[in-house]
Design a protein around this ligand. Sequence first.
Ligand code: OGA
Ligand code: MN
Length: 204
Amino acid sequence: MPSLPAAVLRDPAALAEGLDQHGACLLLGFPNASATLALRSALRLLQADGNLRAAEVGHGRSHQLRIAIRGDDTRWMDADSGAAATAYLSALRSLRVAMNRRLFLGMEEEEAQFACYPAGASYHRHSDQFQDSDTRVLSMVSYLNDDWLPEHGGALRLYLPQGTIDVLPHAGTSVAFLSGIEHEVLPATRERLSVAAWLRKRAG
Ligand code: OGA
Ligand code: MN
């Protein structure tokens, strides 16, 4: 199985090169330990207050069908999501500018959502580009669970042209990939917490 290139936040050139050469790249140490803790606390609070919602998969689908496609509960980050979310969105903005400068991707906005996959939940193979619009250019997922072991499952499986790659959802790991690349989330034996983000160009 091939492996993914890895970069760190302060070396955007390495991230750009990884994306350019492989379509996907790990970003190690982002968010850092204290930011990860703060994001996890914010997600736990949303959960405790009943502010997560079953993720949408399209209109008019039955509960059974939705769960078969995608079993996570989510919440968009916005101005009211707290300091950790604001800091995360601002890091995304810097990344967007840095990637535009190097790869000429023309991305103009960022969006991010908290996600919680209960044990056993998965997300069927998909692309992040919607059928009727392809404004999502770059996807990024940041993982918030400490002490994740391979036997817990829950890998992100990326279907890259050069082969299939599994990324374990460890805290302190983010993975960036071109949004047209198909991927899936395998079921885990424990709850799986993450932030999923997209850098987009404007519709047009
Ligand atoms: C998504 C997604 C991957 C992951 O939210 O679209 O594919 O590893 N998430 O959580
Ligand atoms: Mn996805």
